[in-house]
Design a protein around this ligand. Sequence first.
Ligand code: SF4
Length: 519
Amino acid sequence: MGYEKVWSTDLDKLNKDELRKLEKDGLEILEDIDKYAKEGFESIPKEDWSLFKWAGLYLQKPKEDGYFMMRVNIPSGLITNEQAEVLAGIGRDYGRDVIDITTRQAIQYHWLTIETLPDIFKRLESVGLSSVGACGDIPRTIMGNPLAGIDPNELYDTREIVEDVYRFFQRNPDFSNLPRKFKMSISGNVHNAGHDRINCMSFTPAVKEIGGEEVIGFHVKVGGGLSAKPYLAEELDVFVRPEKVKEIAIAITSIYRDYGYREKRHRARLKFLIADWGVEKFKEKLEEFVGELPTKGTCKLEKWNGGYFYGVNPQKQEGLSYVGFNVPVGRMSSDEWFNLARIARDYGNGEIRTCNTQNLLIPNVPNEKVEDLLQESLFDRIKLEPKHFIGYSVSCTGIEYCNLALVETKERMRRVAEYLDEHLDIDVPVRIHMIGCPNACGQRQIADIGLQGVLLKNKDKKMVEAFEFYVGGTLEQDVAQFNNKLKGKIEAEELAPALTSLLRYFEENKEPNEVFFDF
Ligand code: SF4
């Protein structure tokens, strides 16, 4: 397989980000950070600001103040207690005590200064963590099954594959200049914990009869993605054995690198290439890279669990449980993280897992220790059995830190969810996702109720924060769909009562246990 860059676009048609990337590769910023740290924020040329993304850093709002947001990759959400302690320490020492879990199982900081970055990189590296490639036009962290290796509902333990694929792409200069970001998911969980259809490329559990034997492996979907023009990933007619996943991942990423669009940035994601080519042509191209592949076998995905794993649950290892908790809108303090690391070490084997619903779980707890673990005061706030709104609310970063945001999201989502929990008592959870702009970091499109921030001129002719409502999103197999927009916009101040009316109608007209999507 060759990795020569056969980009299909003439130089004079490349967009300005492409031209900048040709002058200076995104990964080269890593070589400059020490120097900038010594010389201060003012020494950083403005044209380098966007390249910090390759190091997992964005300038937070307002950019001129020189504070960075950092994302740390947590492939498949697997963290050790040593790593958790380092993450907690960074939050305490440099991040004003704010540590967020993202919808791709990553960890996110705010308030970092250029002077602190060398020490932060050193600390992360000391425990095998990295922020490199967490942002930028590069393969991002790999989303996966947070229960990998302990999951009674996994067809295949994907830990080694995820680690291998992640290490291959980390700081790999052959893949540091993709047309845009590239999002992967590799999961063996039959309840679709990897959110297959919203990723650029996803591997999902499957079996196939080969030579009279049933072989366990994966199906592959390509071309999913959210933002302003969302697409559901489509399945390629291939079956991939576990030992071939890395090769296929490299080939698909190479095709994207070499044939993805680089003229208009808003058309540069893989989803647009797939929409134009179709999956048959894409499969032909894939087979040019890797040779003929077996056709699809039998998909082993069952009911979608939305990415939720609350409560005490048996592992596939007898006598051990994993315990899933709700982190309200994914935000915790450093002290809570230190405490979490200690609890994971004292009661389990030190591991912690992050979920794409911004929650976490502690695995490998001997059954006889579960009761004691649950007495820990940390779990007064981070609850095992959360209420039906705060427990199923997801939010992006929003205007507090994000330069693209139109409205406040995180704290607002928390307040609104708590209001709904006080005023309504519905017998099923309702998944509500809030985002502050069309970029959809909070995955608005797959929610039961999606709330997208906009600005609105009110009756006094003042611009105010408001929300569009979308209903009925799901990644349920065969019926996966993005939510649909309702007419009109609601001013932010009216959000909680408006949601209460909508949900009261649902409550009064639904069958017992009927969920929002089926309604
Ligand atoms: Fe920022 Fe928009 Fe992403 Fe929210 S969805 S974090 S506002 S870019």
